[in-house]
Design a protein around this ligand. Structure first.
Ligand SMILES: *Cc1c(COP(=O)(O)O)cnc(C)c1O
Length: 371
């Protein structure tokens, strides 16, 4: 079955991942622990292989999105602590206990239910408390955090192992929002200590904050996108390497006579007889339609071939006029670090997107090979 979806191939360069992990260590120094964020199937790079690689590199814990991903890791015999960062539903409390996952707590309802289930089982669950310091996403609101801390203090079957927040604008070093969020977070940490909590881990920094805001590092950092090699802002003195390369093959090569339309709606018309190639892989596999008449593929790692006409569901056409020896079966790189035009950043610029989305959408259906 898997091969039905193996139209695109994603080659995941684990050496580049390792390199990026070490670059993060270089930036933050010896002290803070590194909690790699591998949610959404490792940003499309593959959950289990990246989890294993991260643990080899010394990560004390793994950050994933959902309970389902946590269970997948447990089935893969991964025994390390696992933090479920995107929240849980009440009806997932049992699974949290059963698989020894560490949830983030963002509402009193969830805290109560977990405490109840844990109490019945005669167990204590480790949790991280998540505070919304100004992103309006998951977490106790800043204004309600004092009250929340008091209530959670009473729940004897929860062990508060961590306190965290998430930063909305950290790639922008000039945005005042990060300093405001960190000031609120510092206030919350103080309140938690006054309430008698002594969390082992305090964390706030995503990739942008790791690069721009040293004061956000506390004793743990949560890098995501920099581990995959697409920094969201310039990082002086460090060079991240893009981990994912997505390739496909030409399935057909033809000489199209002059004056013919190429693709749906004939948005491109051949100005002369032109050699045109058909590449397997389309918007069903994450090749965004905004690349129509706009993007490129890389042939033999050196020649950029412009995309012609509208991207189709399962395939698209490219201009082969500059590569007379190109033939059916040849490999082409759709997205990878080999050339700026086809890099995740290059695609993002052409499709009004961000590398995060490009990795996730291409990684989802591609057959992944880790090396
Ligand atoms: C996704 C995510 C991260 C990682 O963000 P990057 O910008 O990819 O570094 C860190 N923390 C939380 C809570 C997240 O959801």
């Amino acid at each position: 079955m898997a091969d039905l979806f193996s139209i695109l191939k994603a080659t995941i360069d684990l050496l580049a991942f390792r390199h990026n992990f070490r670059e993060v260590r270089k930036i933050v120094g010896k002290k803070p622990a590194i909690l790699p964020i591998i949610k959404a199937d490792g940003y499309g790079h593959g959950l289990v292989p990246l989890a294993k690689e991260s643990l080899k590199l010394g990560a004390p814990m793994l950050g994933i999105g959902t309970v389902a991903e946590g269970i997948e890791l447990r089935h893969a015999k991964i025994a390390s602590p696992i933090l479920v960062i995107d929240g849980i539903f009440k009806d997932e409390a049992r699974e949290i206990l059963k698989h020894h996952l560490t949830p983030v707590i963002f509402s009193h309802d969830i805290a109560l239910e977990l405490n109840r289930i844990a109490g019945k089982a005669g167990k204590t669950v480790s949790v991280h408390l998540k505070f919304d310091t100004g992103m309006s996403r998951l977490g106790f609101l800043f204004g309600e955090s004092g009250k929340a801390l008091k209530k959670i203090r009473k729940l004897k079957n929860l062990h508060v192992e961590g306190v965290m927040t998430h930063l909305a604008s950290s790639p922008d070093s000039s945005s005042p929002q990060t300093e405001i969020q960190l000031a609120r977070f510092n206030k919350i940490i103080e309140m938690a200590r006054n309430e008698g909590f002594n969390p082992k881990w305090i964390h706030a920094a995503n990739s942008g904050a790791i690069i721009n805001f040293p004061s956000s590092r506390y004793n743990m950092v949560r890098p995501g996108i920099i581990l995959y090699g697409a920094p969201p802002c310039p990082a002086r003195g460090v060079a991240f390497k893009q981990v994912m390369t997505v390739s496909s093959r030409l399935i057909s090569v033809k000489n199209i006579p002059h004056g013919e339309g190429v693709g749906y709606n004939a948005t491109y018309v051949t100005p002369r007889t032109k050699k045109v190639g058909l590449v397997v892989g389309g918007y069903a596999h994450g090749v965004n339609r905004l690349l129509s008449n706009n993007g490129f593929v890389l042939w033999k790692k050196k020649s950029l071939l412009p995309m012609l006409g509208n991207i189709c569901m399962d395939n698209f056409m490219v201009d082969l006029s500059k590569v007379p020896t190109a033939k059916a079966g040849d490999e082409v790189i759709l997205m990878g670090p080999q050339n700026d035009k086809v890099s995740a950043k290059g695609w993002a610029d052409l499709t009004n997107s961000i590398p995060y989305e490009i990795f996730c959408s291409l990684g989802k259906s591609a057959k992944k090979v880790w090396k």
